[in-house]
Ligand binder design. Sequence first.
Ligand code: RIB
Ligand code: CA
Length: 309
Amino acid sequence: MVKDIILDCDPGHDDAIAILLAAGHHDINLRAITTVGGNQTLEKVTRNALGLATLAGITAPISAGHDGPLNRNLVTSPEIHGESGLDGVTLPDPAMDLDPRHGVDLIIDAIMESDPGTITLVPTGPLTNIASALQKQPEIASRVAEVSLMGGGASVGNATAAAEFNILVDPEAADIVFSAPWKVTMVGLDVTHEAQATPDVLDQIRALNTPISSFVDDLMAFFIRSNQREQQFAAPPVHDPVAVAHVIDPGILATEHRPIFVETAGKYTTGMTLVDRRPWINPDKNTHVATGIDVDRFWDHVINAIGNL
Ligand code: RIB
Ligand code: CA
């Protein structure tokens, strides 16, 4: 069944794979791409999104959203993604202009003009745009099928001992998103750390022998080096496309329906996504945490999508 998604992202090497998965997979109808300051500045991630859309032949509207968090200064991630946010590759000049609307308004318009329950929101960067859309038009919470977000973690952090990058950049926005009356699936580090671009995966991508597969090969070459240097991964976890794959094939992930709380004021734990796993506590919100992943099935979807482009 084809699913309609809006991808809110901060490309970013793994966001780029999420974009290619969404663009190439026949079970996804990519309704819009919005960008948010995160891995790099809004200007850089937006330029990257336009170049990726040109490369992949995406015709969906693309809008720039917030350039930084609701109440904090933006912290970027050049150590992982480079100064351009997509170091290691050369992007084509954009073949399209940005949609003139703010990303938050594009998100709201796309949801409000669609039948309730038809759109899934897939944020793969800080949650600033999503929180702002909720604040501007709370009705979207009742109209969105699900929020499948890459962020957080039940048992591990990366930006700090407690926090994952997307949540730490804007914990107040994350608190708003996790507290809203909609279904949230947290596709966190517990599963995305398993989604590694191993040599075998890269061999399968190279074997496609297309301009896009060659682009992905170059993209991953930089991402391999930065993840090895910064986080000692032999093969880099490709976080963001897992949130798209969950929409394509929900069986890929094992999930638990659990209360999830975002810490916004902890001396050591700001940005932590605290998952309440006490068996006698019944969840009072529709928040779910991904706890397991079928990695081979995940990569089959990604490679299939890249091959379709
Ligand atoms: O922690 C991983 C997340 O932070 C990914 O979305 C990556 O693109 C960065 O934004
Ligand atoms: Ca991202």
